[in-house]
Design a protein around this ligand. Structure first.
Ligand SMILES: Nc1ncnc2c1ncn2[C@@H]1O[C@H](COP(=O)(O)OP(=O)(O)OP(=O)(O)O)[C@@H](O)[C@H]1O
Length: 200
């Protein structure tokens, strides 16, 4: 029964992962959830430890990191963020399916745990569409877009390796992609798309 397995969604920046996940969470708030990350940043007013984040000191974070507690971690400005295996299990224990939006580095690590994730690659129909979505989103300057596109090529290459993906969805038409995404999220066995050439 794949509904209980964490759903790992990955794909190049700007392909539409966040859009699909936000729509799924909006439509089914009681069925899906993100895991609660650890962070060294200070709580903002209204934030509760264990709810938005597990707030920890830098020393504690580094000790957890040394103990291989995180399946992925990142640093943004001076703050560390990490996703722990127990935090992912906790989502399932609350009766929801855990959805993870992580990069290929994180996936390699998740695959080494006993989390047994379902891996879903969201592919652009072509690279020109990806470029246009990144520009259209308006959150990055040209240099940042170039960096995201360079990283995209590595993510796509990883996705093409045998045994990386359980499913592929080409995010061409959003409603079509979302219909497949919903089925996979609910554990239905759908026919996977094929990653296009992406050589433009
Ligand atoms: N099928 C689609 N057709 C047209 N535009 C889309 C489609 N899917 C997403 N978009 C648009 O593309 C842009 C990028 O989408 P989004 O931010 O969800 O990407 P992402 O994969 O989550 O990126 P990141 O990894 O950088 O967070 C957004 O402006 C979004 O509205």
């Amino acid at each position: 029964m794949s509904f209980t397995r964490p759903l790992v969604v990955f794909g190049p920046s700007g392909v539409g992962k966040g859009t699909l996940i936000a729509r799924l969470f909006g439509d089914h708030p009681d069925k899906f959830g993100f895991s609660v990350s650890h962070t060294t940043r200070q709580p903002r007013p209204g934030e509760t430890d264990g709810k938005e984040y597990h707030f920890v000191s830098t020393d504690t974070f580094k000790a957890l990191l040394a103990d291989h507690a995180f399946i992925e971690h990142a640093q943004f400005s001076a703050n560390f963020y990490g996703t722990s295996e127990p935090a992912i299990h906790a989502v399932r224990e609350s009766g929801k399916r855990c959805v993870l939006d992580i990069d290929s580095q994180g996936i390699r690590q998740v695959k080494q745990t006993d989390l047994n994730p379902v891996c879903l690659f969201i592919s652009p129909p072509d690279m020109d569409t990806l470029r246009r979505r990144l520009r259209g989103r308006g959150t990055d300057d040209d240099e940042a877009i170039q960096r995201r596109l360079a990283t995209a090529l590595a993510e796509i290459e990883y996705a093409r390796q045998p045994d990386t993906c359980d499913y592929v969805i080409v995010n061409d038409d959003l409603d079509r992609a979302y219909a497949s995404f919903t089925k996979i999220a609910f554990g239905e066995d759908v026919e996977s798309d094929v990653i296009p050439p992406l050589d433009d």
